[in-house]
Design a binder for this molecule. Sequence first.
Ligand code: ADP
Ligand code: ASP
Ligand code: MG
Length: 401
Amino acid sequence: MGLIVQKFGGSSVKDAEHIMNVADIITKTYSDGNSVVVVVSAQGDTTDELLEKASEINPKASKREMDVLLSTGEQISISLLSMAIEKLGYPVTSLTGWQAGFITDSTHGNSRIKRIEKERLVNELDKKNIVIVAGFQGINAYDDITTLGRGGSDTSAVAIAAVLHADLCQIYTDVDGVYTADPRIVPKAKKLDEISFDEMLELASQGAQILHTRSVEMAKKYGVNLEVLSSLTRRPGTKIKEDVSVEKLLIKGVAKDDNIARLSVVGVQDVPGIAFKIFSQLAAKKVNVDIILQSVGRDNKKDISFTVSTSQKDEALEVLDSIKNIIKPDEIVADEEVAKLSIVGAGMLANPGVAAGMFEALSDAGINIQMISTSEIKISVLIDKKDTRKAIAAIHDKFIV
Ligand code: ADP
Ligand code: ASP
Ligand code: MG
């Protein structure tokens, strides 16, 4: 008995039948004597459909109005799920993000939670209500609706678990745990019984969309007991925790991110200060840069390439354009036909054979590497997007199966 936060993703509530299934899981947990707070996402592909509707009317709509629109998806889910629980005869209240006290910073579209004013949540729990909270949304200091970025409901759930000191935060989804690679791409991928926060953080930030990156960061920071499991199979899932028993498996997983673009500034002067100009301007415009590669200078010229997420490609190009007269490149090239593949596992740098093995697997598969980046816990390569599936399979075969 305790306090359990349960989060259900879009596929788990996609239609009436799925909503009744979820209501069943929630009310069973409540009947076992637990207090239950539920966070729910928009049904099925609702968020994508809302994005589509907006682009039909105004592809350059303001981020403020996009948030007003996108937050409606989750509001539909909380009411329908609450109705299902009412039907089963249990006490329930639905709350939007702002009713539940989610205060965010002022950035629209990718807001960060600043705090949760938890009085309402606590009051509802005191009244023995099951509380159903809309994920992915909050309100900023100007009383405007904000959203937390794609996949952000996971972060809503972990944030509630953190402020309420929940005993457990369960993320229910359409696969029964965290796998060594996306099981939809690599059918041979293996389910992990447990994974450390650091490894999960790296997998998520390298593109494994199973968990929102910030949810893992927050779970680590506040020591939230986190579990990923399926809403359909009712089998044990994957536990994410601080320390994981040492296993033979060094590589925990392979992740891909194909929502990225490579920008190259070709033929800039080989003098001090150029990289500073480029990256300080990008930082000032809040463009997140990932892998950076600078060529060795030749004939007083050099090339600088870097990757950004596709959603920030245009902003990055605008920045480069605005400093064209200062950095004087021969040309600026953008390529979206790229993907980043990463292998993740603790102690990567201490095992030099891992990088060699990854490059060998790619070479055997005839795949060219455009950029490389390494850290203590991951090795990433940039490749041609069309090679993604082949590359994941080759790397997975090499290290995991
Ligand atoms: P939800 O709607 O429940 O939030 P998501 O679509 O955001 O679900 O995340 C679940 C999906 O994540 C799975 O269907 C799977 O295709 C994908 N995925 C990517 N990498 C992994 C991984 N390493 N392990 C499990 N699932 C993964
Ligand atoms: N509905 C939002 C999305 O599709 C948030 C979420 O599902 O976590 O990104
Ligand atoms: Mg998700």
